[in-house]
Design a binder for this molecule. Structure first.
Ligand code: GRF
Length: 193
């Protein structure tokens, strides 16, 4: 069964959806390590609850990316865990060469917009402010750009009258938790084919 590593910075609700699918035997692949740039991230506690090894990797001095040393350490840990691919689940830093070159075409991300619309931070807020009638989420491969890689799948939700950034984000997250396990399962199936 394909093995994957997870990188996340926050509460980890997408990781939870993946781990629950794995536990119920419907994911077709196995999360074997969870790494975070944030020592107090909920995703680390969640992983430990699932008895999956979880580590904080100090990110270094930059805010939007990891230091090359930190990223090299992440690659080392992922290789040591013998992962076949990598899943970003709310990881808030841009991925650079050490990781991109270690897993070319094998890093997935979920972004809370219908890409190519609203790349970057707080895409749900961007959608509310732009007044669009429809928002959603996208699973895509990670390349050197920000939210620019090949799109694997999307799910849409309506933007309702009176929506705030928070209510829209909550509605998008419900779809994320259904879309991401489905896309990860399909990706793993293709790896096995
Ligand atoms: C999600 O909205 C995801 O689309 C974005 O970051 C958020 C992570 O949430 N990349 P969680 O940590 O999985 O709850």
């Amino acid at each position: 069964m394909p093995r994957f590593g997870v990188l996340g910075s926050g509460k980890g609700s997408n990781f939870r959806a993946l781990a629950e699918a794995w536990r119920t035997g419907t994911l077709g692949c196995e999360p074997v390590i969870v790494l975070s740039d944030n020592e107090s991230a909920g995703i680390l506690d969640l992983a430990r609850g699932f008895e999956i090894p979880a580590h904080f990797v100090p990110p270094g001095p930059f805010r939007t990316k990891m230091s090359p040393e930190a990223e090299t350490e992440i690659v080392r840990l992922l290789r040591e865990a013998k992962v076949n691919f990598v899943v970003l689940a709310g990881f808030m830093r841009v991925i650079k060469e050490p990781l991109l070159m270690a897993f070319p075409g094998r890093i997935l991300n979920i972004h809370p917009s219908l890409l190519p619309a609203f790349r970057g931070l707080e895409a749900w807020r961007q959608a509310v402010e732009a007044g669009v009638p429809e928002a959603g989420c996208t699973v895509h491969l990670v390349d050197a750009g920000v939210d620019t890689g090949k799109i694997l799948g999307q799910a849409s939700v309506p933007v309702l009258p009176g929506d705030t950034a928070e209510t829209l984000h909550a509605r998008i997250q419900v779809e994320e938790h259904e879309l991401y396990p489905r896309m990860v399962r399909e990706f793993a199936e293709e790896l096995r084919a």
